[in-house]
Design a protein. Structure first.
Length: 252
């Protein structure tokens, strides 16, 4: 019973993180499940299933509000699914310590980016006008995001948005988020299926965490609409820092 309560608390944390920032729950799920006894690889697989559960309602909401570009989402999703297949196979043959170290480096870099954005939330990436080549370039960039998904469990929501800012800057931010979330749903599903197939996914833990986060995330998403962008980035950056410290302590 205590173990279930711990999983629910993890789900609350994931719901808060996803609801406020729109990012993957990997920052909380992977370290938490690792400390609870799961291998890093099983924690990554479980994190991907949690992402699938928590993003379904978000995707439906954006589709209902016509804030999804299905063509761009299909291109990004196809690339991400391809990359996720590669990433899972890399993860399977890679030593746990190397994956954990890579994960710690990834979270520390993202912490820096988040704190930088907290000082200037309106900071924009340079737009690249590639015309008809935007789609194939977007596909290739999505493949790289998919590899990160398969190896580290980060479903790539923020990274998909970055790709669209660079290649499809005329799209409104709401449609970018909806399109990115749909692509993220496919990449997470692809990775989760592969991890489940090779026995590196805890189904029960993922379902408890995922559905808790699904419910909690709705309320934190409403709270996020009242928060200043700088506060959201500070919250995200702080979470990245805590995750990095947690991983470094575990590695040492």
């Amino acid at each position: 019973m205590i173990f279930v309560l711990v999983l629910i608390l993890i789900g609350i944390g994931v719901g808060a993180l996803t609801g406020i920032t729109g990012s993957s729950g990997v920052l909380i799920v992977v370290p938490a499940l690792s400390y609870l006894g799961l291998s890093f690889k099983s924690a990554v697989g479980s994190s991907l299933l949690v992402d699938v559960i928590t993003t379904v309602s978000v995707v439906i909401a954006y589709i209902q509000n016509k804030n999804v570009d299905f063509r761009i989402s299909a291109v990004l999703a196809l690339g991400a699914v391809t990359g996720a297949q590669i990433g899972v196979r890399i993860a399977i043959v890679t030593p746990e310590k190397l994956l954990e170290t890579t994960f710690a480096i990834f979270t520390s870099v993202m912490a820096y980016i988040s704190f930088r954005r907290s000082k200037n939330p309106s900071l924009k990436l340079r737009h690249v006008n590639l015309g008809k080549f935007s789609y194939p370039v977007g596909f290739l960039m999505a493949v790289l995001i998919g590899i990160v998904t398969g190896t580290l469990g980060a479903s790539g929501g923020i990274m998909f948005i970055a790709v669209m800012i660079i290649l499809f800057s005329t799209m409104c931010i709401k449609k970018m988020i909806g399109t990115a979330t749909l692509a993220m749903l496919f990449s997470a599903t692809s990775g989760a299926i592969d991890y489940f197939t090779v026995g590196l996914l805890n189904l029960v833990d993922s379902i408890i965490i995922g559905f808790t986060a699904l419910i909690v995330g709705y309320f934190f998403a409403r709270l996020a609409n009242k928060m200043k962008p700088s506060m959201i980035y500070l919250f995200l950056g702080s979470t990245f820092v805590l995750t990095t410290i947690s991983e470094v302590v575990k590695i040492i």
